[in-house]
Design a protein around this ligand. Structure first.
Ligand code: SF4
Ligand code: SF4
Ligand code: SF4
Length: 204
């Protein structure tokens, strides 16, 4: 039985960058893995050694610095798009876990800096390498936590939107399949009726 209180407390200590460097799909799944004893508290590079220390204390586990195998701890950053080079392919929008990029197909895209977590997930898909990182500074710990909370809420909102889209797509696919089955049944019935008529009209 998952300890939901422990998961929530672990998740609250994570930076909510949603970068997947820990090896999990997002911060929350990593918190769940730690609570289940499946992951150690030193797998989150954005949280740095302070984060690892806080997670270790909450888990009652021995402290170890962030394992460099999971990536290097870097200063906070946001991405900036060179809008003159952007070709409007929308691939970065699909990759962004917190919906921090705005733009439409074939039009230039822009990052809303106040919502970007600096996860870097938009960099690899960009076919023209027009996205770069730019360092940012939080005013203080309160500012850092506020940014993390905002990122968590935006990530969760995106997950809900994607789930709604999937449900609509599944429903539409189901309706389409049912309509195809119905049409096929009608065609078979018509073919049977025609065959019966032909049989009756055949002499002898
Ligand atoms: S910030 Fe990145 S590495 Fe850290 S827990 Fe979240 S997804 Fe994992
Ligand atoms: S804009 Fe790029 S770096 Fe910023 S949150 Fe989205 S995917 Fe991550
Ligand atoms: S992936 Fe690159 S080229 Fe495509 S829309 Fe984003 S910034 Fe523009």
């Amino acid at each position: 039985m998952p300890d939901s209180d422990l998961i929530a407390r672990l998740d609250a200590l994570l930076p909510q960058t949603q970068c997947r460097q820990c090896g999990y799909a997002a911060c929350r799944p990593y918190a769940e893995a730690m609570a289940a004893g499946d992951a150690g508290p030193n797998q989150c590079p954005p949280g740095g050694n302070d984060g690892a220390r806080a997670l270790s204390a909450l888990l009652g586990a021995p402290y170890a610095p962030v394992d460099p195998h999971f990536g290097a701890s870097k200063p906070p950053a946001v991405t900036v798009i060179d809008e003159a080079r952007c070709i409007g392919c929308t691939l970065c929008i699909k990759a962004c876990p917190v919906d921090a990029i705005v733009g439409a197909s074939k039009f230039m895209h822009t990052v809303i800096a106040a919502t970007c977590t600096g996860c870097e997930l938009c960099l690899p898909p960009c076919p023209v390498d027009c996205i770069v990182m730019s360092d940012v500074q939080f005013s203080d710990e309160t500012g850092r936590r506020a940014a993390a909370l905002q990122a968590k809420q935006r990530y969760e909102a995106r997950q809900r939107r994607l789930a709604r889209n999937r449900a609509v797509a599944e429903k539409n696919a189901g309706l389409k399949a049912a309509a195809a089955r119905k049409q096929s049944a009608v065609q078979r019935a018509v073919a049977r009726a025609r065959a019966r008529i032909r049989q009756k009209q055949t002499p002898g």
